[in-house]
Design a protein around this ligand. Sequence first.
Ligand code: ADP
Ligand code: ADP
Ligand code: ZN
Length: 213
Amino acid sequence: MKIIMLGAPGAGKGTQAQMICDKYNIPHISTGDLFRSNIKNGTELGKKAKEYMDKGQLVPDELTVELLLDRVANEDCKDGYVLDGFPRTIPQADVLDKELTKLSDKIDFAIDVEVPDENIVRRMSGRRACLKCGATYHIEHIPPKQEGICDRCGSELVQRDDDKPETVQNRLSVYHEQTQPLIEYYNSKNILKTVDGTKDMNDVFEDIVKILG
Ligand code: ADP
Ligand code: ADP
Ligand code: ZN
């Protein structure tokens, strides 16, 4: 099963993607996590990506598409995957579509996690992330068992540089301009499913499981 998570930054894509991947035993592929691990390791790609990420802008398609296509070509992706944060532009979606068509393959579902902008800034300011395994927490809604420590891998949790309110506003406008058109794109391919992301995370997940079967 191949799934795309759509939704604004902070809508809960990563949280739901992780739950889907645990249940269906497929890899969670987050381009944001791939960029953050490149930044952490000081690679050339990481240096280039950071300039855009810090401003809340999208990393150019040329850098992003290659990274993603390399990742999904891995052996562990052959039975499916969840894409979290990719595609974020129509050209990215077109490249993915072309690559899959070459392999006589396709995306099964694009799940749009809907959360109004008003809720987003609050969610982002409380978000804490594990840069090692990609897990995310919320200091009020979804706290880790031990403050500041990742439940999954024991690493230290951090607040992301781009989760400051000024950057979040910019990311939201970038989302509306460049990423939201993908909702209509996947709707016209008849694979769009919408869930109410304002519910409790377990209720959102229940709605997703009903869709996936
Ligand atoms: P969020 O979890 O808030 O949606 P991500 O971790 O997915 O954020 O992405 C963080 C940043 O990484 C984005 O603001 C953007 O700069 C960059 N990024 C991630 N995925 C993509 C992509 N598919 N295309 C372009 N830039 C991306
Ligand atoms: P995205 O990947 O879309 O940027 P995340 O999954 O990282 O979003 O979630 C953003 C923040 O909101 C995190 O702090 C996360 O713990 C929290 N969160 C996720 N889902 C919910 C929910 N259903 N209710 C409240 N907070 C949530
Ligand atoms: Zn972790």
